[in-house]
Design a binder for this molecule. Sequence first.
Ligand SMILES: *[C@@H]1O[C@H](CO)[C@@H](O)[C@H](O)[C@H]1NC(C)=O
Ligand SMILES: *[C@@H]1O[C@H](CO)[C@@H](O)[C@H](O)[C@H]1NC(C)=O
Ligand SMILES: *[C@@H]1O[C@H](CO)[C@@H](O)[C@H](O)[C@H]1NC(C)=O
Ligand SMILES: *[C@@H]1O[C@H](CO)[C@@H](O)[C@H](O)[C@H]1NC(C)=O
Ligand SMILES: *[C@@H]1O[C@H](CO)[C@@H](O)[C@H](O)[C@H]1NC(C)=O
Ligand SMILES: *[C@@H]1O[C@H](CO)[C@@H](O)[C@H](O)[C@H]1NC(C)=O
Ligand SMILES: *[C@@H]1O[C@H](CO)[C@@H](O)[C@H](O)[C@H]1NC(C)=O
Ligand SMILES: *[C@@H]1O[C@H](CO)[C@@H](O)[C@H](O)[C@H]1NC(C)=O
Ligand SMILES: *[C@@H]1O[C@H](CO)[C@@H](O)[C@H](O)[C@H]1NC(C)=O
Length: 501
Amino acid sequence: MAWLHVFVVVLLLLAVSQATADEDPYIGVNIGTDLAIMPHPTQVVALLKAQNIQHVRLYDADRGMLVALANTGIRVMASIPNEQLLGIGQSNSTAANWVSRNIVAHYPATNITAICVGSEVFTTLPNAAPVLVNAMKFVHSALVASNLDNQIKLSSPLASSIILDSFPPSQAFFNRSWNPVMVPMLNFLQSTGSPLMLNIYPYYDYMQSNGVIPLDYALFKPLPPTKEAVDSNTLVHYSNVFDAMVDATYFAMAFLNFTNIPVIVTETGWPSKGDFKEPDATIENANTYNSNLIRHVINKTGTPKRPGIAVSTYIYELYNEDQKPGPISEKNWGLFDSNGDPIYILRLTDSGSLLANDTTNQTYCMAKEGADPKMLQAALDWACGPGKVDCSALLQGKPCYEPDNVIAHATYAFDTYYHCMGKTPDSCDFNGVADITTTDPSHGSCIFPGSLGRNGTRVNITAPSMNSISSDSPGRNFYSGGGFGTVLVVIKVMLWSVIFL
Ligand SMILES: *[C@@H]1O[C@H](CO)[C@@H](O)[C@H](O)[C@H]1NC(C)=O
Ligand SMILES: *[C@@H]1O[C@H](CO)[C@@H](O)[C@H](O)[C@H]1NC(C)=O
Ligand SMILES: *[C@@H]1O[C@H](CO)[C@@H](O)[C@H](O)[C@H]1NC(C)=O
Ligand SMILES: *[C@@H]1O[C@H](CO)[C@@H](O)[C@H](O)[C@H]1NC(C)=O
Ligand SMILES: *[C@@H]1O[C@H](CO)[C@@H](O)[C@H](O)[C@H]1NC(C)=O
Ligand SMILES: *[C@@H]1O[C@H](CO)[C@@H](O)[C@H](O)[C@H]1NC(C)=O
Ligand SMILES: *[C@@H]1O[C@H](CO)[C@@H](O)[C@H](O)[C@H]1NC(C)=O
Ligand SMILES: *[C@@H]1O[C@H](CO)[C@@H](O)[C@H](O)[C@H]1NC(C)=O
Ligand SMILES: *[C@@H]1O[C@H](CO)[C@@H](O)[C@H](O)[C@H]1NC(C)=O
């Protein structure tokens, strides 16, 4: 009977891939509204369009937002806030009213594709958990009555903390205290073809791990094989927290015998700023996390357990929410400030036109690897001297002092010069020791010109008597030498040789 077994397994596999593989994974963005100056819905939508953001999640069903999103093509997940959950879960007529007022009134002009029923209910409002599945069923009945149940999916975003023993993923399970709700909920998701919604915060996993989780593993950075996390049961290697959490979720569902419910990640992100207890909430880490995340999701890699299966993901979040209580980091998860200016410019290649402020074509000038340190030192001296680059960021105690070596300092000076000169290829040569790159050399609080869309600044120093030499000599008109004086002499020699050659 082995062939029958194989046959059934193949059928099951087909069913699973049918459910998810035919749709491409996408990136969406959460829109929190706890801002002192919340932009008007039309401004929000203008930003979404400018950034080519095609999927959003609202934390409520705000009429103004739903109207502004009409006829934009943007896919919207609306939410039933936790405050309304008890009412809706206890009365089918309250649920039906909610659906007609907030969904039916806007559909199809506003393309509502899902309703999030509550948010992290088990962990933030446990007393509403007993009515959660009823709320989902009541809302579903109302959608059926309006013939919208095929277009609009229903689920309830879960905090990943409900998954216990999440590493190794193959041993993960849902907190059993909630099985009386979890099992009927998974039944509901399965029977309605809805996804399991999961919030994943590798930032907190990393912070709470007391050093067990390496930062690079949380940030999707390449790891040496010895540092990858290995699931001792499946021998699968994990190279990032995100995949391990998604697989833990698949295993936790399988543990309850649900094997064909897809997962979408309703929240994930990284804060760009924190207080002294949150040293890893930095612009650089936030940029790294979100840029790597986007590439990872769009890339269709899936996870080790379900390669190639879409795990669409909503970034937390569009705006910095300056009114959020709690530590500084709470207010700094956004990609944009309330003016719609980017907090950082994502480093995206091959991700299409999503988030238009990408740096696909952003270029930087850096010291060539393996260049002669003496030549680099001389070029650095030239840039910070006659080249008039403002090198104050390289002084001790300033953001770009570390790492204190000639390659890092020269790269900063070269890149600043290059941007001041309008990024002409000529201005990134420095006699052959510099190269144009698309990798942002920014690190920590040392933000390079070009990153964040910034231009470099030059100081208004008076170059020591240079007579015939234009103070804007491009980087290539430079030659190595010892001290400052030598450099000038050499430049003069160079110029002469240019004239005579
Ligand atoms: C609500 O539930 C009652 C009792 O089960 C039922 O009679 C009624 O038709 C339901 N109403 C809606 C709008 O589903
Ligand atoms: C709404 O979004 C769904 C899912 O992406 C898509 O299939 C459908 O065509 C969209 N409807 C409209 C009217 O744009
Ligand atoms: C499981 O959930 C219960 C009920 O919310 C909670 O009291 C308990 O601490 C949770 N267990 C773990 C290990 O988090
Ligand atoms: C899952 O299915 C197996 C085999 O049918 C069964 O023995 C087990 O009790 C089920 N587990 C749950 C949690 O329903
Ligand atoms: C997708 O990611 C994998 C693993 O990170 C990489 O090997 C592959 O080249 C990527 N594919 C594309 C199309 O970017
Ligand atoms: C990047 O450059 C390519 C080729 O030069 C161009 O087609 C593309 O539109 C540019 N992308 C952006 C975001 O400027
Ligand atoms: C940066 O410099 C370039 C070239 O000089 C200039 O065209 C551009 O407007 C500047 N951008 C900003 C934001 O100052
Ligand atoms: C970001 O993108 C928007 C819309 O495309 C544009 O108006 C803005 O100038 C860009 N900002 C930067 C810093 O590039
Ligand atoms: C810059 O230098 C020029 C020429 O020496 C001088 O006229 C100008 O006032 C200086 N500007 C500043 C801001 O110091």
